[in-house]
Design a protein around this ligand. Structure first.
Ligand code: FES
Length: 122
């Protein structure tokens, strides 16, 4: 704690209900691990951010951030949802409306949630 400064409460620190981290890591084309950028993650990031803003969900409900590798390369495009602490995998731009609807309703999109088996692949 910095002396003389008031301490923020937990609610002040957590400004949005959720944070969505979209991996935009890029590797060389010949890298066997592949990468989310090569699977279109930069477009997923841009469309997700725009769609949340268009639905009025960007101020309080969710913030979309870019991320480096989330270590789920085999099942990318990877989106980490916090504080719920789960991954969406194989995400495409076509999935964005359903993900945004899930943010609005508080329901995750189960068909995109990575399972324990998926997580073991990376
Ligand atoms: S490159 Fe996206 S999770 Fe590793």
């Amino acid at each position: 704690m910095i002396a003389g400064r008031p301490r923020a409460s937990d609610s002040q620190l957590l400004k949005r209900h959720r944070y969505l981290f979209v991996c935009i890591n890029r590797r060389a084309d010949d890298n066997p691990k592949g990468c989310c950028a090569a699977k279109g993650s930069e477009d997923v990031y841009k469309v997700l951010k725009a769609e949340l803003a268009a639905r009025g969900l960007a101020k309080l409900d969710a913030r979309v951030c870019t991320s480096s590798c989330l270590d789920q390369c085999a099942t990318g495009v990877t989106v980490l949802v916090e504080p719920d602490h789960f991954f969406y995998g194989h995400v495409t731009v076509a999935d964005v409306p359903e993900i945004v609807e899930g943010i609005a309703s508080g329901q995750r999109v189960e068909r995109l949630v990575l399972t324990a088996d998926d997580l073991a692949k990376s």
